[in-house]
Design a protein around this ligand. Structure first.
Ligand SMILES: [Zn+2]
Length: 401
């Protein structure tokens, strides 16, 4: 790449790119990918790997860059102090939020500079909110993270993974004080947030709070995510609000989930493999998102670099380029023309992969699941968070429910 070593100062910012009508491709699900690779613990899902295993985080970021990501999101998901020390998570003893967030920013900056990518710092929902600690205590968590992002001069900020729009609005308010562009995404579906606010009203609230980009991430696969973003767009259009739209869905199919998304699935989080999207599903997602008007098109849990490459390949006519990773990937299976077996060479065509219905290969499996539906959300005593680990007695109580 000719401009690979461009100094960061010449880089065009997020709003410049979006205002010019360009597509911005996000990166993918660091938490889930790094959990599978052995660097993140499922349960707390906190990002101390940025300090403990920087090479692992850096390598994954490089893979997303090579796949076509225009954004290197610092690995700061659940990186607030109150989350790092929640429920017996020991990481806070060794690493404060400031240390973890700073290390994550350094990695993101380093990899972004290897291409022409933007660096984003992100905040996400907090235990303080779930416990009803109030606006000041919640915003204090965001403020501490934002200070680190500003010190590291990230290009823009993301408030992501909020189940309650109220907390997301508090995050946007706090992040806007930095003067950086702010993208805000909820982890909700077409049914709206967990307090019963409709998807459309959620979007309007975020836009009115000043979010430059509004959308969705996580909890739902592309189909439901796009259904919800349509509702959000329609509601904002009605109010004359025109922020840019953003989607970063799961890399899993979720036709059977309710309001809480994939958290309610019996397979969450250790048996989700049969639901993984193919790269061809990602082509479809990218095209539909683009047609709806989404211009920040990215990915979340379950999406690996090859999924992002598929997004970039689908949108290559609009973008006028293919990612570096496409050097090893013929479009629509074209590389298979080099295969030794003739029946596999016969699959070197678009219509074959576009119309394929992959078999699950799992005998005796139901097509859909029966999701949990406890209906417990912020304001309920069962959602009070604490720093101590969950006891055996407390677990027994939950097993009985
Ligand atoms: Zn996710």
């Amino acid at each position: 790449m000719a401009d690979a070593k461009k100094p960061r100062m010449e880089k065009r910012g997020l709003m410049e790119r979006l205002n010019a009508g360009e597509i911005v491709i996000g990166d993918g699900g660091y938490v889930f990918a790094l959990e599978k690779r052995g660097y993140v613990k499922a349960g707390p899902w906190t990002p101390e790997a940025a300090v403990e295993f920087p090479d692992a985080v850096r390598q994954l970021a490089r893979e997303f860059l090579r796949a076509g990501s225009d954004v290197m999101q610092a690995f700061t998901f659940y990186g607030s102090d109150d989350k790092l020390e929640n429920r017996g998570n020991v990481s806070q003893e060794k690493h404060t939020g400031a240390v973890v967030n700073s290390a994550a920013c350094q990695i993101a900056k380093e990899v972004a500079d290897e291409g022409n990518a933007l660096v984003a710092g992100g905040v996400s929902q907090t235990p303080n909110y779930l416990s009803g600690s109030g606006k000041e205590a919640v915003q204090e968590q965001f403020r501490k993270q934002a200070e680190v992002f500003i010190k590291n001069d990230v290009d823009f900020l993301i408030a992501e993974y909020f189940e309650h729009v109220e907390e997301a609005v508090w995050a946007v308010e706090e992040l806007k004080k930095t003067g950086k562009p702010v993208a805000a995404t909820l982890c909700i579906g077409p049914e709206g947030d967990l307090h019963g606010v409709s998807a459309g009203d959620c979007a309007v609230q975020l836009a009115k709070a000043g979010a430059d980009v509004v959308g969705l991430n996580c909890h739902f696969g592309p189909v439901k995510t796009l259904e919800a973003i349509r509702l959000m767009k329609a509601a904002m259009d009605k109010e004359g609000l025109k922020p840019f739209l953003m989607t970063q869905p799961l890399g899993f199919k979720t036709p059977d989930v309710g309001k809480q998304g994939f958290i309610d699935l019996p397979e969450f989080p250790f048996g989700l493999e049969p639901r993984i999207l193919t790269r061809w599903d990602c082509h479809k997602y990218a095209r539909e998102a683009y047609e709806i008007g989404v211009r920040y098109i990215g990915a979340c849990c379950g999406m690996e670099p090859y999924h992002v490459r598929a997004i970039a390949e689908e949108l290559s006519p609009e973008r006028g380029c293919t990612p570096a990773g496409s050097q090893k990937h013929g479009m629509w299976g074209d590389g298979l023309r080099q295969h030794t077996k003739p029946w596999v060479r016969a699959r070197a065509r678009r219509d074959y992969w576009e119309n394929l219905k992959p078999a699950s290969g799992r005998p005796d499996c139901p097509v859909l699941a029966k999701p949990d539906g406890w209906g417990v959300t912020q304001g309920d005593k069962d959602l009070l968070q604490k720093t101590e680990a969950t006891t055996d007695a407390e677990l027994q109580e939950l097993f009985q429910k």
